[in-house]
Design a protein around this ligand. Structure first.
Ligand code: AMP
Ligand code: MG
Length: 342
């Protein structure tokens, strides 16, 4: 398949928006920019198109998709009812990096929901994404636009590396500002529960909803015989080809551990201004004290690690406060939960 590249600079580029929307209306797959990461979109009401998303990504069939809308009214087609808590969340955080899980309507196929009786809904803030949804006139089912298992793409180049020849088109629309996937919260349980941390923090959610639980799988390894609330949490995710090992402790002990345990196939994933002290190939994940910057940088850093050709990568451990919880969640998964206390 020849993958069309659609360059769109702003949401006012109506020709580009129309081209992308037309392909989606005709049942095609288009990768689109969003503020979290690039999404691989299809008409959520076209079951055949949605099935093709799973094929293009190599995504396990039991991992449901997020449905993207461009205005709150569109949600009534997707869900059984909109509880007051959902309305509060949409008022406060939409458009933006928050996905809300609710009981699904019968218009949502089992392919989108992976057989669950719920659906995940998000309204992206990215203006190009929003304009494409509006122009297509249908909600768009869209997981991240990477091959299943590899880091989510935050720019056109990484989408192209994974998806060229596998999908109908890729919109080249700049970099994702947040750089991590959306926060996922379910309202289909008695107490609202965060299933995946992201750009909207647990603290922000508690301010609006009061009690909010954090799913126990977020930082813990998921055992093979345990059914997680969010199917996506059981897969090894975001993994570079190298083995990533997180060393939790001070930079001094990090340097000492690495110097004793490295060879010519070792690289490090560190914070700004640390790599220069290491005598090894290094990739930085931003300022030590800026979880926002670490969020923006992490997935790019994970892809750059493979460009070093390293077999083992020792990583510094970010702080877990605020958006840092999301950064740790992704990094711990990339490391398959290999964490050494130093
Ligand atoms: P992705 O779009 O690739 O970032 O993945 C979407 C994430 O949301 C995955 O971790 C899914 O398992 C999760 N998800 C989507 N729909 C549901 C749902 N109905 N219930 C629980 N988790 C969901
Ligand atoms: Mg994904």
């Amino acid at each position: 398949m020849i993958t069309e590249i659609i360059k769109i600079k702003t949401a006012e580029d109506t020709a580009g928006i129309k081209t992308a929307a037309e392909i989606l209306k005709n049942g095609g797959l288009v990768a689109i920019p969003t503020e979290t990461v690039y999404g691989l979109a299809a008409n959520a009401f076209d079951e055949n198109a949605v099935k093709n998303i799973f094929i293009a990504k190599g995504r396990p069939q039991d991992n449901p998709l997020i449905v993207h809308i461009s205005s709150v009214e569109e949600i009534y087609d997707l869900v059984e009812e909109v509880p007051e808590k959902a309305m509060k969340l949409f008022e406060k955080f939409s458009p933006g990096p928050l996905t809300v899980i609710l009981k699904k309507s019968e218009k949502i196929s089992d392919t989108v929901s992976a057989g669950l009786d719920t659906v995940a809904v998000r309204m992206p803030a990215n203006k190009i994404a929003s304009a494409i949804i509006k122009e297509a006139g249908v909600p768009l089912a869209a997981p991240s636009a990477n091959l299943s298992g590899s880091p989510s793409p935050t720019c056109f180049k990484y989408v192209f590396d994974d998806m060229n020849t596998r999908i109908d088109a890729i919109v080249d629309g700049g970099e994702s500002e947040v750089g991590l996937e959306s926060t996922v919260i379910t309202l289909a349980k008695d107490v609202p529960t965060v299933l995946r941390p992201g750009g909207i923090t647990v603290e922000q959610l508690r301010e609006v909803l009061g009690e909010v639980e954090i799913d126990s799988g977020i930082l813990k390894n998921i055992e093979a015989d345990f059914t997680p609330a969010s199917p996506g949490m059981k897969y090894k995710h975001y993994a570079p080809k190298a083995d990533v090992i997180i060393l939790r402790g001070s930079f001094e002990s990090f340097k000492e551990y690495v110097s004793k345990n490295s060879d010519e196939h070792t690289a490090v994933l560190c914070f700004d201004n640390e790599g220069e002290e290491m005598n090894l190939p290094f990739v930085t994940m931003g300022d030590k004290n800026s979880p926002d910057e670490q969020g923006q940088r992490l997935f790019t850093a994970l892809r750059q690690i493979d460009e070093t050709g390293a077999k083992t990568v020792y990583a510094r451990c970010p702080s877990q406060t605020g958006i840092g919880l999301a950064v740790c969640n992704r990094l711990f998964r990339a490391a398959a939960f290999r964490i050494i206390e130093i």
